[in-house]
Each structure stands twice: as C-alpha cells, then as structure tokens.
Design a protein around this ligand. Structure first.
Ligand code: AAL
Length: 405
C-alpha cells in the first residue's frame, strides 16, 4: 500500500517538475506562424513577448518598429547657459530666435531678432504700440571666437520703408551659406500688426557675412490664401473656413540645400487655430526651389509634420532629420525623412529645454544622427517683455546604472 502511494507521489512530482520546466522555457515558434504575423523569432526574443497568440496593442506597435532600432537617436538636453559679452541678458532689450551658427573668417557668426522696450500687446493702439516682443524688430548679428563670449557687430537687415511688406518687423532669421553666397531668410510683418495680420517670409543675400545685404523685393513665401475670416472684428479664432495649415502665418523659415534643390522648411499657423493634444495646432510645411532666391513652390505633401514649433532641421545620412518640440502629440521627438518629406519618429526624448534652436552648422552632422545638437544656441524668456540668447548642450543617453554599479 505504502509502495503504491509512493509511486503516485513520485509520478505527481515528476509531472510537476516537467510542467514547471516547460512553462519556464522560452517558446520557439513555428516558422509558419511567425510568417503569418510578418515577424521573426529574434524580434519576439528582443522584445520579450510572452505569447504571440496574445499580442497586446503595445506589442503589436513594438513589432512594427524597425528591427535595427538602436539607441543612437536618443539624447537629453542640458539646462540653458547664459552667454557672455554683448549677448548676455540686457534689461530693456529683446534678443531672441538665433539663427544657426556658422564659422567664417575664424569666428562664429549668429543672426537674431532685436528690439527694445516693453510689449504693450493687442489691447491698445496697434498702430503705435509694440504687440509682441518680436514686433518692431530688425535683424542684428554677432561674432565670437569660442561660442560663449559674443561681440554684437551691428544691424544686418532693417525693416522696410513705410508701405513695404516688411515695414513693421523682420525677425526669426536663419542663415544658409551656399557657394560663397550668404542667404538670410526671415519672417516679415506689414503694419498694422493686428491679430489677423498675415505673416510672410523674406530673403536677403550677400557675398559676405558682414553684408551689405540685398533684400528680395517681394516675400518669397506667403500663407495659403484659402481661409475665410468670420466677421470684421479682429478675432483670429473666428473663421468661416480655416483654410490650409498655413493659412494665417508662415514662420521660422530654414533653407537647406537638399537633393540638388533648396528645401525651405517653415512653421505654418492656421486661421482659427485650436488647442489640440494640450498644445497649439502647429504643423510644418516645405517649399522647394531650384535656386536659393526661389521661386519656392509649396510641396503637395504639406503639412509634413503634425506637431512642432520652431524649425530645427539638418541633413543626415542622405535624408533630413528634424527636432520636433513644443506643440502637438509628437512633440519631443526626433524624426528623419529619407526624402526630406516623409518623416518618421526615430526617438522620443525628455522635455526639451532648448527651443528656437540655432543649430551649430560647423559640427560634422554626419558623425552620428544627433551630433549637430552637441551644442548650439537657444533663447530664454527672462520676462514676457525681454528675452536673451542662451547656449545649450546635449548628450547621448547610453546607459542607466545604479550608484556604484
Ligand atoms: C518664435 C517663432 C516665431 C514666432 C515668435 C517669433 O519662437 O515661432 O518667431 O513668430 O516665436
């Protein structure tokens, strides 16, 4: 009797151990099953998926990630650092939206929006008041030996004469050097600066970074003309039709030579702008020209982003990379488009302290995807009235270890 009981007990233990072992084993799936899902055993192992017959929504998305999804696009930004010399914060002065940094004659050069005095806003007399810190700006420039201490060199591009398309403000400038010519692209506003005023993009060129600059007689880009305001009152949210994503303003121009042409990336603002995904409804567009001066033709694929704010783009690996910040569901991502148009998310990064980035174009942008973001310029709101230019650094996130590990 005892022997029989022992036998039953032993067989029970045997099967218990066997089943424990089999449940502890990693499943190797039948190739047909893997093929039907379009995935590989290596992907399943890498992602640590328990059972491919029960894929969660998250696992389904993870299985669509590129197989070689690495770590090289993942970065974190430092806090911003004040600059020294003439670009240190100055009470009563606005210096903001720095261009990219280039190196000429052994010095770094940067261009930026500059204005003076406080902002009154839209409540009073918009003919005579200053409605934004970037209202009544001109474009100034500065040079530096080390990127930290800067000397303000003076005015580069002034506002236009009364009646010109840029008579109220020229601001948020970018620099492009191409075949020994320098091109400044920037935002323009014609007076009066009402909440419904359309913003355009102008261009100036020179054969020296010190100027003199020749301005385009007409804007090189304008908002889409297909929105309809509702009523006569100055209310930018009241519309009959919103129009395209860029029906109100074209902003933050950045021209880069790409694919034998000139790609002008810009931020669009739409008439009747809404708050979506907790931020402003902002998207980016692209216009392409055969020559730096234009004409720039808007891409039929616009908008080419569903999120973002200031434009921050650089060539990488035969395509174009973009840092997307501030607004929209895809803010705080770095994206890449092999054709400069169809951007995919490459990484999601911690909150970006650096906005309105002036990229350091002297850095070898091909060394690794985010090398160009190792240091550059940005700006900070010292107050609503006054902003100053600051510098940022960023680093690759390559490990996560405990103290002493
Ligand atoms: C910026 C840019 C544009 C806007 C304002 C000044 O950071 O998006 O330039 O007009 O804010």
């Amino acid at each position: 009797m005892i022997t029989r009981a022992k036998t039953i007990l032993y067989s029970f233990l045997f099967f218990a151990i066997l089943s424990y072992h089999s449940s502890a084993q990693v499943t190797t799936y039948d190739q047909k099953k893997l093929d039907s899902l379009g995935v590989t055993q290596a992907q399943i192992d890498h992602l640590g998926i328990t059972d491919i017959n029960h894929l969660s929504a998250a696992s389904k998305r993870a299985l669509k990630w590129p197989v070689d999804l690495g770590n090289e696009w993942f970065i974190q930004f430092s806090n911003l650092k004040p600059l020294k010399g003439d670009l240190a914060y100055e009470e009563g002065v606005v210096r903001r939206d720095p261009s990219a940094v280039i190196k000429e004659n052994g010095k770094y050069y940067v261009w930026y929006s500059k204005s003076t005095g406080p902002t009154q806003g839209f409540g009073g007399d918009v003919e005579n008041d200053k409605v934004f810190p970037w209202d009544r700006c001109d474009i100034w420039y500065a040079t530096s030996a080390d990127g930290e201490t800067w000397k303000e060199e003076g005015l580069a591009v002034p506002r236009g004469k009364a009646g010109a398309y840029d008579d109220r403000s020229v601001f948020t400038v970018e620099i492009m050097k191409h075949e020994d010519q320098y091109y400044l692209s920037y935002q323009t506003v014609k007076s009066p600066y009402t909440v419904r005023v359309k913003n355009q993009i102008g261009l100036a060129w020179s054969n020296s970074p010190n100027g003199p600059w020749t301005k385009s007689k007409e804007p090189i880009l304008s908002p889409a003309d297909n929105g309809i305001w509702k009523g006569e009152e100055q209310d930018r949210f009241a519309v009959e039709r919103k129009g395209d994503f860029d029906s109100h303003k074209v902003h933050d121009p950045c021209i880069i030579p790409f694919d034998g042409k000139f790609y002008l990336y810009y931020k669009g603002e739409q008439m009747g702008e809404e708050i979506t995904f907790g931020g402003r409804q902002i998207r980016h567009g692209l216009a392409i020209a055969d020559k730096p001066e234009g004409p720039y033709i808007k891409s039929p694929y616009n908008p080419i982003s569903n999120s973002g704010h200031e434009i921050c783009v650089w060539p990488y690996n035969g395509g174009v990379a973009a840092l997307i910040t501030t607004d929209g569901p895809e803010k705080n991502t770095i994206q890449w488009a092999p054709d400069g148009i169809n951007f995919e998310i490459m990484s999601v990064i911690p909150g970006v302290s650096a906005h309105a980035i002036g990229l350091n174009r002297t850095i070898d942008n091909e060394k690794e995807p985010t090398e160009i973001l190792r240091w550059g310029l940005s700006h900070v709101y010292n107050s609503w009235d006054y902003q100053s230019i600051m510098s940022f650094t960023s680093e690759r996130k390559t490990q996560h270890r405990a103290k002493g590990e």
